[in-house]
Design a protein around this ligand. Structure first.
Ligand SMILES: [Zn+2]
Length: 309
């Protein structure tokens, strides 16, 4: 044995292992180019080469949407595992694992704060939490966010990323569809804007309930948005589906969406939309009031009354 293989080589490789963390580079799933992790963070997980929008966590979403200093809301606890469901594993075990992995109680995070100085309540789905599926916990989060928006006289913005209803909670999950619809109606009845930002993917029970009922529908580029999967539809209608079917750009062309917005422009776009929807309301209310000189008309008349007599 010589000293190079026994002593020098392990020392050298040890040196390199310490200096180069494993996840310094990230491979874009669309163009397969390597991106420096720090650049990826700075570009909000949008590929600088091909503009592919990668999925981001709910917490990161809140951070890049709201101004610094926003407050996250503690959400009411929902009953866990009402059906005592079990497939290969117990549902409670899956739930615990997802909670540990994402550091969230369920698949939605809610916060209130400002977007470029304008009040807003934001709810964001965490796709990494059991596919962003909608069970009672998610229903509770949407109801809480809607009530908070009404209470604070602020628009409600929901970033969706969901596979649909959570099958482990059966009918209880499906009940969240009418529940979330009613919650978002409260926002509309209060005359407040309800904006939905559809992220990749927005499907199933979420699409079939509140997500398609916004005043403004925005989506991220390339997001998959639909109810059933393309293969299921193809088998049912026995037709070849068009290119780009169920993608944000296709839905924009067909009138389902109002805008497809790059993630890096999302904050400014939301601020602009809120400004457009809220400021004219204040101006029109001011226009409905009598002008200041008309308001003093009555006492002026009273003063002239004795003169006439
Ligand atoms: Zn790329």
């Amino acid at each position: 044995m010589n000293w190079i293989s026994d002593w020098a080589l392990p020392k050298i490789s040890g040196l390199f292992k310490r200096d180069v963390p494993e996840n310094l580079w990230h491979k874009c799933p669309a163009c397969e180019k390597m991106i420096f992790r720090r650049d990826l963070e700075a570009s909000l997980h949008v590929c600088p080469h091909c503009s592919h929008h990668m999925r981001i966590s709910a917490v990161r979403r809140l951070e890049c949407t709201l101004d610094p200093g926003f407050s996250r809301i503690e959400l009411p606890k929902a009953p866990a595992d009402p059906l005592r469901f079990r497939d290969q594993r117990r549902y409670t075990d899956r739930l615990k694992e997802a909670q540990v992995k994402s550091a969230m109680d369920d698949a939605v995070a809610v916060a209130h704060g400002t977007i470029e100085g304008q009040r807003a309540v934001v709810a964001a789905f965490e796709f990494a939490f059991m596919g962003g599926s909608m069970g009672p916990g998610v229903g509770e989060a949407i109801v809480t966010a809607a009530k908070l928006a009404v209470l604070q006289d602020a628009p409600l913005i929901i970033f969706t990323a969901s596979g649909g209803a959570r099958m482990q909670e059966g009918a209880v999950s499906l009940m969240q569809m009418p529940r979330t619809v009613i919650a978002t109606r409260l926002v509309k009845e209060a005359g407040l804007p309800f904006i939905v930002v559809m992220c990749d993917p927005t499907t199933g029970g979420v699409t079939a309930s509140f997500a398609m009922l916004g005043d403004i529908h925005i989506a991220e580029p390339g997001a998959m948005i639909g109810f059933a999967g393309a293969r299921v539809i193809e088998q049912t209608v026995r037709e070849k589906l068009p290119e780009g079917f169920q993608r944000a750009e296709y839905l924009l062309e067909h009138g389902i969406l109002d805008m497809v917005v790059n993630r890096r422009d999302m904050r400014a776009t939301l601020a602009r939309v809120i400004g457009l929807l809220r400021v004219p309301l204040i101006e029109s209310a001011a226009a409905a009031l009598p002008p200041p000189d008309m308001a003093v008309e009555t006492p002026a008349e009273d003063e002239t009354a004795p003169a006439k007599a």
